[in-house]
Design a protein around this ligand. Sequence first.
Ligand code: AMP
Length: 394
Amino acid sequence: MSFSKLGLSPQILQAISELGYKKPTPIQEKAIPVILKGRDVIACAQTGTGKTGAFVLPILERLKDEPEIRAKRIRVLILTPTRELAIQIEANVKAYSQHLSLTSLAMYGGVDDTSQKEALIAGVDILVATPGRLLDMYTQRAIHFDEIQILVLDEADRMLDMGFIGDINKILERLPEIRQNLLFSATLSPKVRFLAKTAIENAVQITIREKHNKPKINQYLIPIDKDKKSALLSHLITENKWDQALIFIETKRGAAKLVSQLEKRGVKAESFHSGRSQSVRETLLADFKAGTLAYLVATGVASRGIDIDNLNYVINYDLPDQADDYIHRIGRTGRAGATGHAISFVSRDDFRSLCYIEKRLGALIPRKIIAGFEPTKELPESSLKPDNKKFKSR
Ligand code: AMP
């Protein structure tokens, strides 16, 4: 299938071809024709699958002949969990619409709102916003919602994880009733389904078969004693010459401690958690993305908002409590045809979380014992059997 068969105009096709895209990704192939028809869509797709193009390209097609927008109005609202994602999506909008005369803006908190307000005065065709700042602007009457035609809830699961449900509901209540709704989410958890029900009726549901993602992630766990985890990590980093790794850990204190333990063994890492200032976190992310920082030790909570993927190594130094968090984390690796590695350090204390993750995956995670790091406190065998007593205690 080629892009030209999807019903997109020459100006959009030209932009895609200038970006070097040869053919649509599976989510693009499925979603673009349905969105062009004006249908509501609920799509299960992760970052890295080309999902941004899947909604932005047909949106551009639908908007391209609209007259100039009125002051303080927007036509399309793309809600997204983080500032980084807002910036990234808006950059995609700009790239895809470079041969059209549409306007776009990324709007997010944590920065002075003056320039965002100024940009809104003229009206904006496509606004990519984080929920909190958007509501703030709405309350200040810097923006009106009455001309919104299309709503996109991007990374809906992450928005809910980050506690945006209250803001999202307030926004939904204020939108025009007649509109097209598009919801994209890496997982369709019960919370996401509930949100979808509130916002969307009669949607076409699109799921990209897991098959596309699964073989690309080499996922395994290493049974290890808790007090040997940092030695194991520095061993693996140096022994295997890992170029870069994102390491998830449970607490801020744990992150700081691990960084100093690694340093003592000659591995330079940085910690990323809510105790570090916004500007430090931004610099760390930029360095990590640029490859000048090799190892980032992030707490699960802080890392929910960060947008890093295409990594070769994702390490669960601590297992997350929530199985969905595990799926998010490993989804940051194994992109663009390359094989990624998602490695979890599992001590006996983590066994219960492991059981829930494996149950959610519907598969047991392969185990690897590393020579010299054999656990003294044995990790029990996992089992997916429904009558397994381990599942009943939670
Ligand atoms: P996304 O899932 O939207 O974050 O996209 C992941 C990456 O894939 C981005 O760098 C896009 O520019 C790129 N991309 C999106 N669609 C295509 C395509 N059809 N062909 C090649 N690359 C693409």
